[in-house]
Design a protein. Sequence first.
Length: 122
Amino acid sequence: MNETELIIKTLSSSLQPLGQINAFDETFDVNYKLEPYFTEKGKLSFDVILWTDDEWPEPYAKISSRNPPYEDKLSNLEFFVKDWSENASWIDQILKFPEFEDTGKVIGGDDIWKLVPVYLNP
């Protein structure tokens, strides 16, 4: 198992704490978890799902999106960010947490963020 596979496996096994965000006139304590999947060409990738403490086991929001024609162009631990629709008003707050960074890249019309595994809660 390579380093990327190990990180994805670890971060998909339990909720990882983030902190607070403000959305829809409320403040939420949020956690995240990865949901691994394989692209059409067999590359390991992941979705990033947010949970609030009071909604477990139902997710609060999905902050990643899938873009199958371009998924294999992502580097390790990069993902397409869902910054539209219900996420539009609060998604930028996620960048205040060191676990996520904006790469400045756009692929297939989607912004690309990178997961930075600073804290692992196995």
